[in-house]
Write a protein that binds this ligand. Structure first.
Ligand code: 13P
Length: 256
């Protein structure tokens, strides 16, 4: 007899804003505005902002109802002589719930390898943070037909073995779609997210089936509905459009 297929688990989406190296004190007003609009109509998604580390404590002090906060990177070590770096424990103590790791900008600007990212993901998880681990192909790799190979290798190499649906979120961000206004077609997104889901289930079983896979790269209010409706897209990682409450909420409306 054929084994009965398990129904796909219901996954609560996450929409996270990555402010990157943007934002000083006066932008805290955008968080207050976001909280106000969320208090009127709350989308069926978890909402998060990952500000630059200088704003993290200030955002936490606002106690922004309905908005979780996260970091953008952490060191793999608990402490030590690492000038300019921040540990996962420090982020956690400051009030972060999650941390973005292995973003393509860090992989490119700071030469972070899959191995380095894996060590950071482990450190974040040990500190009780959710690691939002990013993968994505360059335009050259897409044109060469290497997309799936590239993202699967990044996924394999950048995740430690003890990942579960609570301590790990995956973000698929095609490098060429970041900040460019370009987005993959829904078919292309479906193909990559489907392949990532398969790989996660193979490695982490039921936890892999429940893990959130976000899409990131030029998500805007005008394309959010379409992108968020793609199978195995469980939310978004948003750069530029997360900087204002108006645009960020415009994206969150995909989940009203
Ligand atoms: P944009 O939304 O600005 O394209 O950035 C995406 C991103 O890199 C989020 O991490």
């Amino acid at each position: 007899m054929m084994a009965k297929q398990k129904p796909a688990p219901k996954i609560k989406p996450l929409v996270a804003g990555n402010w990157k190296m943007n934002g000083v004190g006066k932008q805290l007003g955008e968080v207050k505005k976001l909280v106000t609009v969320l208090s009127r109509q709350k989308p069926k998604a978890d909402v998060m902002i990952c500000p630059p580390v200088t704003l993290l404590s200030r955002m936490v002090a606002l106690k922004p109802k309905g908005v979780a906060l996260g970091g953008q990177d952490c060191h793999a070590n608990v402490d030590g002589a690492h000038t300019g770096d921040v540990s996962a424990d420090m982020l956690k103590e400051a009030g972060a719930k999650a941390v973005i790791l292995g973003h393509s900008e860090r992989r490119a600007d700071h030469g972070e390898s899959d191995k380095a990212v894996r060590a950071k993901v482990g450190a974040a998880q040990r500190s009780g943070l959710t690691a939002i681990m990013c993968v994505g192909e360059s335009l050259k790799q897409r044109k060469a037909g290497e997309t799936l190979k590239v993202v699967q290798a990044q996924l394999r190499g950048s995740l430690p073995d003890k990942c579960n649906a609570k301590n790990t979120v995956i973000a698929y961000e095609p490098v060429w779609a970041i900040g460019s206004g370009l987005t993959p077609t829904v078919e292309q997104v479906a193909q990559v997210h489907g392949a990532l889901r398969k790989a996660l289930v193979r490695r982490f079983g039921d936890e892999g089936a429940k893990m959130r896979i976000l899409y990131g790269g030029s998500v805007k209010p005008s394309n959010a509905d379409e992108l968020m409706a793609v199978p195995h897209v469980n939310g978004a990682l948003v750069g530029g459009a997360s900087l204002t409450a108006k645009d960020f909420y415009g994206i969150l409306k995909a989940y009203l």
